[in-house]
Design a protein around this ligand. Sequence first.
Ligand code: SAH
Length: 269
Amino acid sequence: MTEPPAKSHGRLSISASRSPRSLMDGPPRLKGAFTAKVLTLFPEAFPGVLGASLTGKALAEGLWALQPIDLRTFGLGPHRKVDDTPAGGGAGLVMRPDVLGPALEEAAVGTPADPARWPRLCLSPRGVPFTQDMARTFARAEGMTLLCGRFEGIDQRVIDHYGLMEVSLGDFVLTGGEIAAQAILDATVRLIPGVLGNFASTEEESFSDGLLEHPQYTQPREWQGREIPEVLLSGHHGRVAAWRRAEAERLTRERRPDLWRRRDDDSRD
Ligand code: SAH
């Protein structure tokens, strides 16, 4: 076994450059670390913004791992074709099931079939809107697989056959699933113990209690004629907590009546 292994199907080659991609190959992955497998036509888009700041540091330390899988390597024929015209006609191209299937099979190697232990997502504007609760659920898993669409989207049979969970970033249309995948991974990975360190609390932030967060202030005390609310400078923890709570409730009522109603409903259960 002196021969180096041939470039394996669907895996990125290890690059000697100091490009962001080397972040994904370099760090030793800690045993049992959360692993994200991302199926994409644009593996070079990863880790992208996930390579910066706290998620990037955690990635480099092996607190989580990222494995982009290049869909092009599963393409068919000499041109590695991944898409074709929509059945029934119309504009655009649809990603082929006989390309996505083998890619998903490869991503599944070594992962548990139980969706609670390993969620399998397909990014889609038709999906269930992503929430903080979903991020909390995903962060408890051993890892997850995310399939990024492009063009008009992907053949429905792939979603049905693999029972993919369709998840949307919101009511707008992106050109591809990569930004949505990075947003979902960012929200998920920061909840993995150790990733944020002491920098932030995930207990008091927006959505943690079904509320938006209260406004934040910092130095200087006065800026452009605007003062920090007096109560925050009082040093009185009880009054500060009460003010923050009242502000969180006011903002949630004003800006997100949907969240506010859900809290009412939940408290009646
Ligand atoms: N024709 C589709 C849109 C395709 S956009 C439709 O009308 O529903 C191409 C790809 O971008 C999608 O397959 C999906 O992976 C991704 N995408 C676009 N908008 C998205 C959103 N709001 N949330 C998550 N993924 C999205």
